[in-house]
Design a protein around this ligand. Structure first.
Ligand SMILES: [Zn+2]
Length: 277
């Protein structure tokens, strides 16, 4: 049995310019048929649980839809892409959804100082960074108020700010998941000491620095994910879907030198401990 610890099952349609048009397969659109098929294909491969992440306020109306699905563990939050919008308005929208049903985590939240920064002037970049930090801090506060873990996106160059904000906001009280981790190994033990789990996806094990990070991450703090639907550019080019967490698990279990069955059992145990289900 597998678990995909981070997937956007109810996702926004992709902006066409961000997708390589000769990708194999069709560009997913989040119709009910597509979502049903995605979940059932995953199930056929033994992916019995999916941590479903809704992190764009535009998709909040789909939270209710997601709540009605079995075997999806619900996470909701506001991603840093939205940081330039009205903060208090977004937080009150989020609170409304949380009142509907308490999620298992707040996410994905965090920082990214590269995506969306192209073409910005220096002062605009600073404003965007500050707004991302404010959004991150207010959602840590919210997670602590309702006592659920956070799901963190830690983009390139944001390591120190992530750790500082986590410490200042006392996010270690609730712990969380550093999702799709692609950064340095130096941060791993510092964040694990604060109750954070490290979650790795499909393309990552092929990178040497990341292999090192995976090697030093204790099995008790490791998670596997797809961040799907996600398009990869290596061969074959394709969209990663929750069913592909099988490939992620196989690759990381091999790196760790652990039998796949034992590996999967531990990953599910970790996810259950963190997200309390
Ligand atoms: Zn994501």
């Amino acid at each position: 049995m597998y678990i995909d610890c981070h997937a956007h099952v109810f996702f926004s349609p992709f902006p066409t310019e961000s997708v390589d048009m000769d990708l194999i397969g069709k560009m997913p659109t989040p119709t009910i048929d597509f979502i049903n098929e995605m979940i059932s294909n995953a199930k056929k491969k033994g992916v019995n649980y999916i941590i479903g992440v809704i992190s764009n306020p535009k998709d909040f109306p789909r939270y209710q839809e997601q709540l009605e699905r079995e075997n999806i563990i619900h996470v909701i939050g506001i991603s840093r892409n939205n940081a330039l919008n009205d903060l208090s308005k977004m937080i009150s929208l989020l609170k409304k959804e949380i009142e509907r049903e308490k999620p298992h985590g707040i996410g994905e939240i965090g920082l990214d100082y590269s995506y969306g920064f192209e073409g910005l002037k220096e002062n605009e970049k600073n404003v965007f960074k500050k707004r991302q930090q404010a959004l991150f801090k207010s959602q840590i506060t919210l997670a602590r108020e309702i006592d659920i873990p956070i799901v963190v996106h830690a983009g390139y160059g944001t390591d120190r700010d992530i750790v500082e904000i986590i410490k200042q906001g006392k996010a270690q009280d609730v712990g969380g998941q550093i999702h799709g981790y692609m950064s340095k190994k130096e941060l791993v033990s510092e964040l694990i000491d604060m109750g954070f789990y490290f979650s790795f996806g499909y393309i990552h094990p092929k990178e040497e620095e990341l292999q090192r990070v995976i090697e030093i991450t204790p099995m008790e703090y490791l998670l596997t994910e797809t961040d799907s639907p996600y398009h990869i550019m290596d061969s074959p080019k394709k969209f990663i879907l929750p069913e592909d967490v099988v490939l992620v698990a196989e690759e990381i279990a091999r790196l760790k030198g652990i039998k796949l069955e034992d590996f999967n059992k531990q990953i599910i145990r970790n996810a259950r401990t963190l997200f309390r289900f």
